[in-house]
Design a protein around this ligand. Structure first.
Ligand code: SF4
Ligand code: SF4
Length: 441
């Protein structure tokens, strides 16, 4: 490599690093729009949850074939990136296959592992493209995925296929050049997945072969750098966020709702259960959530970690029975609103004061009121995202701040307040039917 190409490579590396850093900063700002939420308890359980769910992909294995294909892509992503280290060293030093002389035959074994994973990724991505676009799995062809989300999902699969083809093409041409004794190329002694491609290039002259090999090399490294930046704009951010997201999982028993301390105190006082500790009750700025800044930072991290896989929506009884609610859309809307506010804030715009809000402009009352709070979405999510906690906060806002819950609900709320039960009669009357039974027996 000439000095010029080394400088170009360095410039490419620095530029992508700067763009990546800026984007990560943007996402961090968006997540920190949320309220603080201390969730650092039970550390051993949190590490275990992260290990099993994010690293071990435990929840993916409810469906074996897609889980296996996904696992192949995931392992390839981690391991093939080790090869990128060599690409970077070669790019900066002008060497070719920097590690080969040091690793000897182990280098060939490593290259065969990389090639196997490249091939497996290629096959998996083709299978996923078929599922999305030809067999049309219902949860992957719903309305909320129209436009950019569907394009994003397809693009990333196509990019991965092309990147993997570039690796195999590079190795095939590299080895032909080595067999012809061209300076700088070394024989690796049998690469299982690129060797069958060699006949495609055998008829080429030396210059054309070098050009093809170098083009594949540059294409692959530029593709990897572009991919690293692109991922942060796409649903594939879950590759990284799945880890903190699962660490900060909600470890409370499923179905346990989070009460507001201020409300609990008032209710306890009303019921004569104590609660007045002599301190002034703290000011509540807002009951529930109207916009993203009323949610907590974990809700917003959840939104950025969402893979848009739709497993939650496929399990949601409200969605299955034709209601407008889709927990996946709740997460996508939350992320879109957080991005909109952050963009505006960083550009010196009105931010949250833009006259819009998450509730109303993105998510409707019809959607949140359809939720049965069954937790099926939380259970189904492969990265432990909790759409229900967002729905509950939005619903708390509509009932406590706007008093705009459906009329039947308001009757129930009133009964709870006056009779301590959802019905009009007092709880003491609830077991009269049993008294009648006792008399009869
Ligand atoms: S908790 Fe609500 S959103 Fe989640 S699956 Fe149940 S009904 Fe659907
Ligand atoms: S919330 Fe979870 S299950 Fe639902 S689409 Fe996002 S990643 Fe998939």
């Amino acid at each position: 490599m000439s000095i010029l190409t080394t400088v170009f490579f360095l410039a490419l590396l620095v530029t992508s690093g700067v763009v990546l850093f800026r984007r990560i900063k943007f996402i961090r700002t968006a997540i920190l729009l949320g309220k603080p939420e201390p969730r650092n308890d039970q550390k051993p359980t949190r590490w275990k949850t992260m290990g099993l769910i994010a690293f071990g992909q435990q929840k993916m294995f409810k469906r074996i074939l897609p889980a296996f294909l996904h696992l192949l892509i995931y392992v390839a992503f981690i391991i093939i990136n080790l090869e990128v280290l060599e690409f970077v060293i070669d790019g900066l030093t002008g060497s070719h296959r920097f590690f080969a002389p040091f690793l000897g035959s182990f280098y060939t074994i490593a290259m065969n592992i990389f090639e196997f994973l490249a091939f497996a990724t290629l096959v998996s991505c083709v299978a996923f493209l078929v599922r999305r676009n030809i067999t049309k799995v219902p949860r992957l062809s719903m309305n909320e995925l129209k436009g950019w989300p569907a394009l994003d999902a397809n693009l990333i699969l196509i990019i991965e296929i092309v990147l993997m083809l570039a690796i195999l093409t590079m190795n095939a041409t590299d080895q032909i050049l080595a067999q012809r004794g061209v300076d700088g190329y070394r024989e690796l002694g049998g690469l299982l997945f690129s060797t069958p491609l060699q006949p495609l290039f055998q008829g080429m002259g030396e210059t054309a072969l070098i050009l093809t090999e170098r083009t594949a090399w540059w294409f692959h490294i530029i593709g990897i750098l572009a991919f690293a930046v692109y991922v942060t704009y796409s649903k594939h951010l879950h590759i990284f966020l799945a880890f903190p997201n699962t660490w900060y999982s909600n470890l409370q028993p499923k179905g346990k709702m989070k009460n507001m301390d201020e409300v609990t105190r008032e209710v306890n006082l009303m019921l004569g259960l104590g609660g007045d500790n002599g301190n002034e009750p703290s000011e509540v700025s807002r009951f529930g959530a109207k916009d993203v800044n009323d949610l907590n930072w974990i809700n917003l991290m959840n939104a950025f970690a969402c893979t848009e896989c739709g497993r939650c929506t496929a399990e949601c009884p409200a969605n299955i029975t034709g209601k407008k609610l889709s927990p996946r859309k709740i997460m996508m809307d939350t992320r879109d609103r957080a991005e909109e506010v952050t963009k505006s804030l960083l550009a010196g715009g009105p931010g949250l004061e833009d006259g819009k809000s998450l509730l109303g402009d993105y998510i409707t009352k019809e959607e949140i009121n359809a939720c049965t709070t069954c937790n099926a979405c939380v259970e189904a999510c492969p990265v432990n995202i909790d759409p229900l906690s967002i729905i509950l906060e939005l619903r708390r806002y509509t009932s406590m701040e706007e008093n705009s819950s459906p009329a039947q609900w308001n009757n129930m709320f009133q009964n709870i307040e006056t009779s301590f039960s959802p019905w009009k009669f007092a709880p003491t009357d609830r077991f009269r039917w049993a008294d009648e039974l006792k008399k009869k027996s």
